[in-house]
Ligand binder design. Sequence first.
Ligand code: FES
Length: 649
Amino acid sequence: SNDPLVVFTPSGKRGRFPEGTPVLTAARQLGVDLDSVCGGRGICSRCQITPSYGEFPKHGVTVEPGALTDWNAVEERYKSKRGLKEGRRLGCQACVMGDVVIDVPPESQVHRQVVRKRAEARQITMSPAVKLFYVAVAEPDMHDPSGDLQRLRDALAEQWQIKDVQIDLTVLQGLQPKLRKGGWQVTCAVHLGPQPRIIEVWPGFREAPIFGLAVDLGSTTIAAHLCDLQSGEVVASSGLMNPQIRFGEDLMSRVSYSMMNAGGAAEMTAAVREGMNDLFGQVCAEAGITRDDILDMVLVCNPVMHHLFLGIDPFELGQAPFALATSDALNLTAREVGLDLHPSARLYLLPCIAGHVGADAAAVALSEAPDKSPDLLLVVDVGTNAEILLGNTEKVLACSSPTGPAFEGAQISSGQRAAPGAIERVEIDPVTKEPRFKVIGSDLWSDDPGFAAEAGKTGITGICGSGIIEMVAEMRLAGIVDASGLIGAPEQTGSARCILDGRTYSYLVWDATDTGGPRITVTNRDIREIQMAKAALYSGARLLMDKFGVDKVDRIVLAGAFGAHISPKHAMVLGMIPDAPLDKVTSAGNAAGTGARIALLNREARDLIEATVRGIHKVETAIEPRFQEHFVNASAIPNAVEPFPILNS
Ligand code: FES
């Protein structure tokens, strides 16, 4: 035909269209990803494109001036009121008049990619569950008895192909004045679940962005990331200690609290919800938005946290066979679980894998995708309760292991949370046995000139989780600790820093008591705590390897709130993880949090993880005799019966 040829970049999609076809229409017909929130009314500017002029041998076209129509009144008005970048046009207004090459910039793509922090990680494709749609609704008419909602539904079906949409009662209650105030043009927030639902309506076009929360509810800490649901950007992040800690440090002590105290579970439910509401207040303040701007939320957590958060007594999780109330993913509203967000905000909980392997493990699986890995991948999510996944494209196994809070700095004499002043990096000279270290909040090492003055500012307050791992591993490498985990006497180690402390020795790291400062030591009890924790972690991984029928893995990913800070070398010296080439061990940061963010920004990922979780084989460590066996063998540093040939080579 003689119709003008339209070539879109970067997709390369092309087709011929009659003169006068709006660029947005052409894009739609070719399946080019070009955004529009206002439905082509020249209001939202999401449809911006950049036409190119001149010769394009690659595309076989020459683009003449006048290939697009001149600026019309709508486009002019937009430009004068709001401004448009040089060379940009509104795709819904500019029409094709001749052969043309049209570039769709990333910010105009609906399914734009949100780049994740790590370079090697997959990207997140924007496809949020809650989206805004601007519609023009037919006015009521004496001769047509339909209600305002029916006409709004018709408009959504016709203008956005959203069929059979339902509405929340609270939204219906305010619908009529909003339609009239907006002059029969409104912006709807629609939850695109299995049954689409209008969860808010604003008169006219809503300029302001809407937000969602990705929340990782851990036994020790709660972390929340506030994301812009249109750009996918994380606009604020904040964390809080889980207020349930006052009922028990670890999961099992909280389960027993609920068994021993009438109303104990309800108390813990109230505490965690209150804590979350405080945390949400913090992120809103940080981002300068209100709670009402938050329309969606994804929560990941372990099974005990899951049940307590939902108001379900975790009693059954405390005893074999560890039955969950439900392992399904849940679609709820934030309000019905006492969360103070927008009154219609949605809440999605990822599915649980098994009684001890929760939605947090599912989120890790979503983020690290062992099921998509051609080589055998071991993912270890280090926390109070470690989630461990082992698998490849063939199958994936999962278990959890009760590591206890030692890796988070708890139950360690000088342990503390990762915060300014905490020792996070450690080196011990193998000859002099002298330590040098770095604290969070300072770039200097402890033996750098000026450190004392720096440290005077932040103070040295303790040792955090990644610090204690490096500390114990370095003590082992320097010969201060033997393979059984015993700190030697000064005459054995050659270090005056080994000080008798009761019946065992402690290693003195820092002593500033003469100037009123702290005294930081590593006691033999601290070493024991770390040995127990790492043995639990290692045995879980070994158990999965047994079940898989392998004695080595190809790759290891360390995840967890502080996973990004763990040095792979030190983790391996300690025997936290199986032997593997060091360059095959990477850190993933908070993979559960990342999984939550993926599910928040991409609704298809929710279906995907639900299907993946159904295929994961669960292994229950608590009833596996081999787990105990591995555990006993794994307490030595590194393990007694498991040589680490690669590490030692
Ligand atoms: Fe909204 Fe073009 S589609 S301005």
